[in-house]
Design a protein around this ligand. Structure first.
Ligand SMILES: C[C@@H](O)C(=O)SC[C@H](NC(=O)CC[C@H](N)C(=O)O)C(=O)NCC(=O)O
Ligand code: NI
Length: 146
C-alpha cells in the first residue's frame, strides 16, 4: 500500500494556489474538473516530487474546490500538513511579509506552524533537524484558538 494524497477543501482556489504554490513553492501536477457536479480538483506536489507525483509515485495534496462553496469551518479533527524546508526562518519571514498567520514562530530553528487561507495548519520543519525535535517544544495553539 502507498500513501497517495491528502485532500483539503478550499473556498477560493486562486488564494489556495497562491499560498501553496506562490508562497510555499509546491507545483501543480494534475487538474480535473466536473462541470455537472461543479467542482475542480488540483493536485500539488513538492518540486522534487513533481515528476514522480505525475505518475502517482509520490504524495500530493488534492485541493478540492466546490464552485458554490466559499468557506469551510475548520475541522477540529484534522491536524496539519508537514513540509521540510531548506531554511525555516527565510520561509516564515517570506510568509509573514505576505500576511500569512504564523501560529508558532521558528524560535528553535526546527519547527514552525503557519495557517493556510482555509485555516489548514501547516507545519514547517527545518531540513536536517531531528524529527520529532529532541528538545521539548512550544506547541502551536489548537485550531480552536485561532
Ligand atoms: C480522484 C480522487 O482523488 C478523489 O478524491 S475524487 C473523490 C470525490 N470528490 C468529489 O466528489 C469532489 C467534490 C465533492 N463535493 C467534495 O467536496 O468532496 C469524493 O467522493 N468526495 C467525497 C469525500 O468525502 O472526499
Ligand atoms: Ni482523493
Amino acid at each position: 500500500m502507498r500513501f497517495l494524497h491528502t485532500m483539503i477543501r478550499v473556498g477560493d482556489l486562486d488564494r489556495a494556489l497562491e499560498f501553496f504554490c506562490g508562497m510555499l513553492g509546491l507545483q501543480e501536477v494534475r487538474r480535473t474538473q466536473n462541470e455537472k457536479a461543479r467542482y475542480t480538483l488540483v493536485y500539488l506536489a513538492a518540486p522534487e516530487d513533481a515528476a514522480q507525483a505525475k505518475e502517482n509515485g509520490a504524495p500530493t495534496i488534492e485541493l478540492t474546490h466546490n464552485w458554490d462553496e466559499h468557506a469551510y469551518a475548520g475541522g477540529r479533527n484534522f491536524g496539519h500538513l508537514a513540509f521540510a524546508v531548506e531554511n525555516i526562518y527565510d520561509v516564515c519571514a517570506r510568509l509573514k511579509a505576505a500576511g500569512v498567520t504564523i501560529n508558532r514562530p521558528p524560535r528553535d530553528g526546527h519547527m514552525a506552524f503557519v495557517q493556510s487561507p482555509d485555516l489548514i495548519s501547516i507545519e514547517l520543519l527545518q531540513k536536517g533537524a531531528p524529527l520529532p525535535p529532541t528538545e521539548p517544544w512550544v506547541s502551536a495553539p489548537n485550531i480552536g484558538a485561532w
